[in-house]
Design a protein around this ligand. Structure first.
Ligand SMILES: OCc1cccc(Br)n1
Length: 444
């Protein structure tokens, strides 16, 4: 790990003689820049959040999968100027192979599906830790866990509706409502239709989308050069922005025609979402493009309605991804839902449970200390009944045992030995009510 200032201490006999001063560098105890430790309280919070990811995935019939955090860099060498490929956490392994910590899960999913060729449709989910090498100047995180939900093999908007309903169910399950969060919906078919009409080649489409997505965040001057390289002048951008400024699907239809694929897809999707009972979460927003190059159709992103936070989740249809890896066109829809913004939002809304203390059913201690076999037996009996038991492993005063039990959130304390122990009994104290009873060990 990183080392901070040197410190000196008295050298030991084996370090070259009595009392000599030796220099020992003190370990920097912080985790690498941009990464997080998960001590028990944060780990409980993460487990709580992931339990909701798992529960919603299960309720939608999704199957869990996983893959190595390390991938061949070749999986991410898309040339569309995306942030996620420009900030790869990559290196050469000892065999000289270019490898990267995965910045997203979808390419790994594509690799697995192309290799395993499962019968489609598939509904798979995962909660991978994803990495990016962000220049530390922005002090942003370099890792996050991201719930990934994907449906492969379904052409129609029923797939988008299904994953969107799952996203809403996740947010409802942690106490959020449509007053707190909205989901912007759009289709890249809008951009495709407009750029095709302008004679901008389909091979530039992915790059155009990435640039238009950046337009949302930076002034046009910042990317004017990139736009020019694609043959896109300011007048074209102005026309694009007019269409992307459509406030309703009807407005959009004014620009691209009622028969446009985008208009048809969006109307069909919103109709299905109404049957899912999630319409009040949905906001049509023609300016949403998302930053990943491989989206081809419907795209969406969940946002907090106060506007204080970055996107909570995002996704879309990406029918062309497998082809970019030399495979067949394969219909695919999915989203990523990070573990950081949602927690910030829950904190802001006062909806994040307190994970400061853990919970354990019992704390067991023997008056005579860890040699008291009755304490060990009591722990075994309780564990055999499915109880979680913290067995005190040192000789401690009872005052310490009760404070320890409170610290670890034990519901009850069992004390063996002493007078009760003579009678084959133990004391059971309820930490909530303070009530103490004597119980035969066999009746625990
Ligand atoms: O969503 C972009 C992203 C990718 C990897 C790691 C982090 Br933090 N953020």
């Amino acid at each position: 790990g990183r080392r901070s200032a040197e410190v000196v201490r008295r050298g030991k006999e084996e370090e070259g003689g009595e009392g000599k001063k030796v220099k020992v560098e003190k370990l920097d105890v912080k985790p690498p820049k941009g990464t997080r430790d998960f001590p028990p309280s944060l780990s409980r919070q993460q487990t709580w959040l992931f339990s909701h990811f798992h529960a919603v995935s299960k309720s939608y019939g999704f199957s869990h999968y996983d893959s190595p955090i390390l991938e061949s860099t070749s999986l991410y060498t898309r040339k569309a100027g995306e942030e996620v490929t420009e900030q790869l956490y990559s290196f050469l392994d000892k065999g000289g192979r270019p490898v990267s910590l995965r910045p997203e899960m979808t390419p790994s999913l594509a690799r697995m599906v192309m290799g395993l060729k499962p019968t489609l449709p598939i509904k798979w989910y995962s909660i991978p830790q994803c990495w990016r090498y962000e220049r530390s100047t922005r002090g942003r995180r370099r890792e996050h866990y991201q719930w990934n939900v994907d449906i492969w093999g379904v052409e129609g908007e029923a797939a988008e509706a299904e994953v969107l309903a799952g996203m809403v169910d996740l947010m409802r399950s942690v106490g959020l409502t449509s007053d707190d969060v909205g989901i912007k919906i759009n289709s890249r078919a809008v951009l495709r239709e407009v750029t095709e009409k302008m004679g901008i080649g389909g091979d530039k489409f992915a790059s155009v989308c990435v640039l238009v997505d950046k337009l949302e965040k930076v002034p046009i001057e910042a990317i004017e050069g990139d736009l020019k390289d694609l043959g896109i002048g300011r007048e074209v951008v102005e026309e694009l922005l007019t269409v992307l400024g459509s406030k309703t699907i009807d407005d959009l239809a004014e620009h691209v025609g009622e028969e446009s694929e985008a208009v048809r897809d969006l109307r069909s999707l919103l109709r299905l979402l109404d049957f899912h009972g999630v319409s009040d979460w949905m906001v049509f927003d023609a300016s949403v493009v998302r930053g990943l190059s491989y989206y081809t159709g419907v795209v969406f992103e969940a946002f907090d309605r106060t506007g204080n936070l970055r996107a909570i989740a995002g996704g879309g249809r990406y029918d062309g991804l497998v082809e970019t890896y030399g495979g067949e066109r394969t219909p695919a829809v999915g989203f990523g839902f990070g573990d950081a913004v949602i927690v910030e939002l829950l904190k802001d809304k006062g909806l994040l449970p307190d994970f400061e203390r853990g919970t354990v059913d019992y704390c067991v201690a023997g008056v005579e200390g860890p040699e008291d076999g009755e304490a060990v037996r009591a722990a075994g009996i309780l564990r055999g009944k499915g109880m979680s038991v913290d067995l005190v492993l040192e000789k401690r005063k009872m005052k310490w045992v009760f404070k320890h039990a409170d610290r670890i959130g034990a519901r009850k304390v069992v004390i063996t030995g002493g007078e009760e122990g003579e009678r084959g009994e133990c004391i059971v104290k309820d930490m909530d009510t303070g009530e103490q009873v004597a119980v035969k060990l066999g009746e625990l």
